[in-house]
Design a protein around this ligand. Structure first.
Ligand code: C2O
Ligand code: CU
Ligand code: CU
Length: 523
């Protein structure tokens, strides 16, 4: 089936292939974009000569006192009396020790920084109440959830300072790790980097609880990875540098669950890691020390059909992965490291971003894992051979094809989609409700963009002419489109017609805030 779809798409690609003149123009544009990057490189040049992400600081290189890894608190919600669940979030100001011994002003949900992991259940009626106490307008968007458009929490569902907003929906997603974050147009990057982000853990009654490690914080560990830059006085520095208009915000410290250089006490057994790249702009390559393999069991949309062995994985901003790792053979107290690196250039120009094949630069230790706890009584004996995969979306013959060109970024101009910057008062297109379309994203710019669509079910169909790697299949909500690459996805449009717009945007938050976003309604 997948083969047939991929074949069909190769046909699509050919029938509407870019003519040689346009191709040359496009390459010229990319070249100019790179020259532009080169000109404003500000000293962050790699050997190829164009601006790259500034290197990350290794937290363990100095004399840092090591802090314990904060475990993201889990919130089961309250029984609403009729089989549903109700959750309450308060977006608030606070202060926290993100850097050991330094107090930083932050934003958080129900706490100083980040937010609880809301435990949702497939098929369950769910209400999430959000109180805005941050003193400026915000929204709360459920990234990855397929919910009615009015419950999406995008830029159209602004919550005024002091106000409360409520989203009600029945959870339609299969078992997965999704997340929530603010989405006020023009201020998303600043609010997220200030600390507003949390996880949505979807459990599906159809997936047996014993299928995967599931003791929260013990053998089921959520890791939220986010880079930040700090001022001399230890405050979060969100002054964008000239080159960051192009690259997006690049902090030099990578925090894990809101801590810089933490240590996690792990049990000596199989463990499940739920990884979120919550960076504004930095694409991360993650690997474990000791050449320990990671068995990837899920991507953004949910479980894969079977675990896939990965030596490393590439996560773009907004992307998630769940992996199984085995600490069973470690000696008591033995240490293993989770390394993170920025994909070389961060520009992805012909560097295989999205395929995981890109070379990496400035690798640092994100997290020290100390195997200090004994094997737990309910430890998973061995990884499952197969999994109840999230159902993917497949287009029928004659499906509507839409094209999105990722463009702009020339001479300091913002990146755009189909040559237009975002206008909240302009509906860019309308899709028929409850149908499957094919959307083709062609990246004409000199850098990779992680594209994200709200409120739809989506599956990758192809990267250029190639079928997606196994770990890229299933359901997706965010995917990298490399420079000069065409990515085709099957999109199942919203179930019902709605005049409330949904967003399609680049998840480099500075690109999004600068207008690399488009909106659609369903009819
Ligand atoms: Cu994660 Cu439109 O957002
Ligand atoms: Cu989203
Ligand atoms: Cu972008």
């Amino acid at each position: 089936m997948l083969q047939r779809v991929a074949g069909a798409l190769r046909g699509v690609n050919q029938s509407s292939s870019v003519d040689p003149l346009r191709r040359a123009l496009v390459l010229g544009a990319a070249g100019a974009a790179l020259a532009q990057l080169n000109a404003c490189g500000g000293g962050h040049d790699n050997m190829m000569g164009w601006a790259i992400a500034p290197p990350l600081i290794d937290p363990y290189a100095g004399t840092n006192t090591q802090q314990p890894l904060p475990i993201i608190p889990m919130d089961q919600g309250l029984d609403d009396g009729s089989g549903g669940r109700t959750f309450s979030l308060v977006a608030q100001r606070g202060s926290a020790q993100l850097l050991s011994g330094v107090t930083t002003n932050t934003l958080g949900y129900n706490g100083a920084v980040l937010g609880p992991a809301l435990r949702l259940r497939t098929g369950q009626q769910t209400t999430i109440r959000v109180q805005n106490n941050i003193g400026e307008s915000t929204t709360a968007h459920w990234h990855g959830l397929v919910v009615p458009t009015e419950a999406d929490g995008g830029p159209h569902q602004a919550i005024a300072p002091g106000a409360t907003w409520q989203a009600s929906f029945t959870v339609a997603n299969p078992a997965s790790t999704c997340w929530y974050h603010p989405h006020p147009h023009g201020a998303t990057g600043r609010q997220v980097v200030s600390g507003l982000a949390g996880l949505l853990i979807v459990d599906d009654p159809a997936v047996p609880a014993a299928a995967l490690p599931g003791t929260w914080g013990v053998d089921d560990l959520a890791l939220v990875l986010q880079d930040k830059r700090f001022t001399a006085s230890g405050q979060i520095d969100y002054t964008l540098r000239a080159e960051e208009q192009l690259t997006g915000y690049m902090g030099d410290r990578l925090l894990v669950n809101g801590a810089f250089g933490p240590v996690w006490q792990a049990p000596r057994q199989w463990v499940r890691l739920r990884l979120l790249n919550g960076c504004n702009a930095r694409t991360l390559t993650l690997r474990l020390g000791n050449a320990a393999p990671m068995l990837q069991v899920a991507n953004e949309g949910g479980l894969l059909a079977a675990p896939v062995t990965r030596a490393s994985l590439v996560l773009a901003p907004g992307e998630r992965a769940e992996v199984l790792v085995d600490f069973g053979a470690l000696a008591s107290g033995e240490e293993i490291r989770l390394y993170a690196a920025t994909v070389a250039g961060g520009m992805g120009f012909g560097m295989g971003m999205g395929t995981g094949a890109g070379s990496v630069a400035s690798e640092i230790t994100a997290l020290k894992i100390r195997a200090s706890l004994p094997r737990q009584p309910n430890a998973m004996a061995s990884p499952p051979g197969s999994l109840p995969a999230a159902p993917s979306v497949a287009p029928g013959a004659g499906a509507i094809i839409r094209s999105f060109n990722l463009d702009g970024g020339m001479m300091g101009s913002p990146f755009t989609i189909n040559a237009k910057g975002f206008d909240i008062n302009r509906i860019d297109f309308a899709v028929p409700a409850n149908t499957v379309e094919v959307w083709r994203f062609f990246n004409m710019t000199g850098m990779a963009h992680p594209m994200h669509v709200h409120g739809v079910r989506m599956s990758l169909l192809s990267r250029d002419a190639a079928a997606p790697a196994v770990y890229e299949r299933g359901l997706r909500d965010t995917f990298i489109v490399d420079s000069m690459q065409t990515v085709a996805v099957a999109v199942q449009t919203p179930a019902a017609a709605s005049s409330t717009p949904l967003m399609l945007h680049c998840h480099i938050l500075e690109h999004e805030d600068a207008g690399m976003m488009t909106q659609f309604i369903s009819v």
